[in-house]
Design a protein around this ligand. Structure first.
Ligand SMILES: C[C@@](CO)(OP(=O)(O)O)[C@H](O)COP(=O)(O)OP(=O)(O)OC[C@H]1O[C@@H](n2ccc(N)nc2=O)[C@H](O)[C@@H]1O
Ligand SMILES: Nc1ncnc2c1ncn2[C@@H]1O[C@H](COP(=O)(O)OP(=O)(O)O)[C@@H](O)[C@H]1O
Length: 284
């Protein structure tokens, strides 16, 4: 029985924007890999009707928290489908480690962990596909955390092809600014027409992130971080930022550079994982 449910972060090892849909959303080709670093959630289920979040996060109203919203949506769906009743309730605790708005997917991961845990604890018996479908309404990155395997994501993130990139060690740095996703996607200078490539072509090319130029231009700290890291290792932006990561073949190499980082850099070392920590624990 899991007591602390892992909610790991992710990296976008590459991110290409291949077009824009009529509703304004951008179509992507992006490679998701999990990291062995993240938040943890606890769930105490009861029959007291309420969903309560005891450790809320600063500047996010409880009803806006993706954990609360995931629990609410799952309960509403369960009531509609006659798999659960009005009385099902839960008290949720959150140990937050992932920086918010950092491109590490913390909110989406928290939502996915909530859906998977409550599906089990409320005995609802939804399939992973059904949970991913509920999750997609909460955020484009929720399905990848529900499926729990590194994948190439296409469409707006919902078309997933499992892949197994090398599990490198990463030095992940946060510039101390949060970049809201729309700020990048609304920029008129964002490259939006990178040609679509096959999985094989993508996996054998060198990798980059189409959002990086805009993030560097608009956020001086992102630019400074990347300039610093690039002296030591291949380094890129994850998602729409704000975090950046440098990749290494060993933990020792990553830690050696960590020891050199100046005090203005907030960093941690994490290993890439093709199966998320949550799914590894679920299959134990
Ligand atoms: C691009 C990624 C890659 O991981 O960036 P990060 O959020 O991780 O940095 C994600 O898929 C982001 O997904 P998510 O974080 O759920 O995006 P949302 O909050 O739903 O989107 C905020 C806004 O960004 C724009 N948006 C988002 C995703 C997308 N593929 N095209 C867009 O144009 C839309 O205007 C949307 O209203
Ligand atoms: N449980 C949660 N954890 C993190 N962020 C959350 C959560 N619930 C709502 N949010 C909101 O979602 C935004 C994006 O968060 P996050 O997923 O951490 O970043 P990103 O999408 O850049 O990876 C936050 O800035 C916050 O306003």
């Amino acid at each position: 029985m899991i007591k602390r449910w892992p909610s790991p972060g992710k990296l976008n090892l590459f991110l290409y924007i291949t077009g824009q849909r009529e509703d304004g959303y951008h179509t992507l080709q992006t490679l998701f890999q999990f990291i062995d670093y993240g938040d943890a959630l606890t769930f105490n289920v009861d029959q007291k009707h309420r969903i309560t979040l005891i450790d809320n996060i600063d500047n996010v109203a409880c009803e806006e928290n993706l954990i609360y919203r995931a629990a609410q949506q799952l309960k509403a769906r369960a009531i509609d489908d006659h798999r659960g009743d009005e009385n099902i309730g839960v008290t949720i605790g959150l140990d937050k480690k992932l920086p918010m708005g950092g491109g590490l997917g913390g909110g989406s991961s928290n939502a996915a962990t909530t859906l998977i845990a409550l599906n089990q604890l409320w005995k609802l018996n939804y399939s992973r596909e059904q949970l991913a479908e509920i999750g997609l309404k909460l955020g484009a990155d929720v399905p990848i955390f529900i499926h729990g395997h590194a994948a190439l994501a296409e469409g707006i993130g919902e078309v997933l092809t499992p892949v197994t990139p090398a599990e490198k060690w990463y030095l992940i740095a946060h510039p101390g600014v949060s970049i809201p996703t729309p700020v990048i996607f609304q920029d008129p200078e964002l490259p939006r027409h990178t040609p679509r490539r096959s999985v094989a072509q993508l996996m054998h090319s060198s990798w980059s992130n189409d959002c990086e130029g805009i993030a560097r231009k608009r956020f001086r700290k992102v630019d400074e971080l990347l300039n610093w890291l690039l002296e030591y290792a291949p380094s890129r932006l994850t998602g729409t930022g704000a975090c950046v990561f440098a990749e290494f073949d060993s933990e020792a190499a990553a830690r050696q550079v960590l020891n050199l980082t100046p005090s203005w850099m907030t960093c941690f070392v994490a290993k890439g994982a093709n199966v998320s920590q949550l799914h590894r624990q679920l299959s134990e």
